[in-house]
Design a protein around this ligand. Structure first.
Ligand SMILES: CC(C)[C@@](O)(CC(=O)O)C(=O)O
Length: 423
């Protein structure tokens, strides 16, 4: 019987030749990624040894730099663990800091055909690399660290075939919001992306889409390998030998074709994106007080470029506070080199340290009165501060346009503005 990408990767890492939905697979893990949050005393029960220190990557990203002594003590616990077990791949506060999924992409720690686990729901982000990547809980991570193995129950797979190309100014965030609004949640299911339209999407755009699949409760969200991925990996010295395509006779729970050219700018409405999204045009004019660009879904260099293109030579609306959080120090440095940081600051934005930042609600929280538009991952009630704050999710471009206007808007691109705006 034919297998989907997820089934094939799990089978290759297990004792099974064939896996089908419902099967339990015990698998060897290629990479395990503990985060700063794992080292809180209530969560952490330290393994005496790790299965292979070279397969462990420790990344501090959620609450960094430490805002209080409790966090500082957790980070110290993490550093002691890294030191004791001889883990060399360590992203501490400082020069190598970044959001785990962005760092995993930058290096890259996620590789085609491999299995990567991390204690964060957005770990499916690395499905863009044809990697079976998934979030797990801290107790399970401790087991993986000790034994190098974990288990998954194989879920049915929903296949998305992408056709055509996105129109100018439309992003994979809009594509995701279309999927979440149209099809609702994908609880217990793997998601697989392929089709001729995939070739038109950059790696950053692919990561946005895969990352957001956590919000529809997907298990694995994996893309087919192609030349775009091969080029990205080749630049980083990684081959495609283990890349996995689905079998021609793979069995899917459902197959859905999406015409990318039909997607329009979308907004995720408060307080969940599941079945709750709308074209930006339909909420045009809703006043906002806060705007945020960042997170593991949209803190990429392409996001920052898009925001800079919108903001160049303009000023953010006086009633709006705009925060921009580069996904990693690597991206921050490249944004500096490209002049993006200066453009954003001149426009009135605040650039923050590379971390989960506002998305995780640990810094710069929203008040009860705030209305926010964010390109980040999640908009549950109370996610970014007070439960009465209203959070809309959108592309970084829509966030930037809205920050200029002081209200939610799909706006227009600058060259078009120049044509229609009298001097
Ligand atoms: C810790 C929290 C902010 C988290 O990172 C947890 C998670 O994704 O598993 C999230 O994005 O909700």
């Amino acid at each position: 019987m034919g297998m989907t990408i997820a089934e094939k990767i799990l089978a290759r890492h297990s004792a099974h030749d064939v896996l089908a939905p419902g099967d339990l697979a015990v698998v060897e893990v290629d990479t395990a990624v503990p985060l700063d949050l794992n080292f809180y005393p209530e969560a952490w029960s330290e393994p005496v040894s790790v299965f292979d220190p070279d397969k462990v990557v420790v990344i501090f990203d959620h609450i960094v730099p430490a805002p209080n002594h409790r966090v500082a003590e957790s980070l110290e616990r993490g550093r002691a663990f890294v030191e004791r077990l001889g883990i060399t791949r360590f992203h501490d506060v400082g020069a190598r800091q970044g959001i785990c999924h962005q760092v995993i992409a930058d290096v890259p720690y996620a590789r085609p055909g491999e299995i990567l686990v991390c204690c964060d729901s957005h770990t499916c982000s690395s499905g863009a690399f044809n990697c079976a990547a998934r979030g797990i809980g801290t107790p399970e991570l401790i087991y993986v660290l000790a034994k190098g193995r974990t288990w998954f129950q194989v879920g049915p797979t929903i296949r998305y075939d992408l056709l055509g190309e996105l129109r100018d100014g439309v992003t994979t965030k809009d594509l995701f919001l279309h999927i979440a609004g149209t099809y609702g949640d994908h609880v217990g299911c793997n998601v697989e992306f392929g089709g001729p339209g995939l070739a038109s999407l950059t790696i950053d755009q692919r990561r946005t889409l895969c990352t957001m699949c956590a919000e529809i409760s997907a298990e694995f969200a994996i893309m087919e390998p192609d030349e775009v991925l091969a080029a990205y990996m080749a630049e980083r010295g990684v081959g495609m030998d283990n890349a996995v395509w689905p079998d021609a006779d793979a069995v899917y729970q459902d197959s859905r074709a999406i015409d990318l050219s039909a997607i329009q700018p979308m907004v995720g409405l408060p307080d969940s994106v599941v079945g709750n999204t709308a074209p930006v045009a339909s909420v045009e004019g809703v006043p906002i007080t806060r705007a945020f660009v960042g997170s593991c879904s949209n803190g990429t260099l392409e996001d920052l470029r898009e925001v800079a293109a919108v903001l160049a030579g303009r000023r953010v609306h006086p009633g709006v506070q705009l925060l921009v959080t580069p996904g990693s120090q690597e991206i921050h440095r490249r944004a500096l080199a490209e002049g993006i940081v200066a453009t954003l600051i001149d426009a009135g934005a605040l650039i923050t340290t590379s971390s989960c930042g506002m998305c995780a609600g640990f810094v710069n929280a929203l008040s009860a009165k705030d209305v926010c538009i964010a390109s980040s991952t999640r908009n549950f009630k109370g996610r970014m501060g007070h439960p009465d704050a209203r959070i809309h999710l959108a592309s970084s471009r829509t966030v930037a346009l809205s920050a200029l206007a002081g209200h939610i808007t799909a706006g227009t691109r600058r060259p078009q503005d120049a044509e229609v705006t009298p001097a």
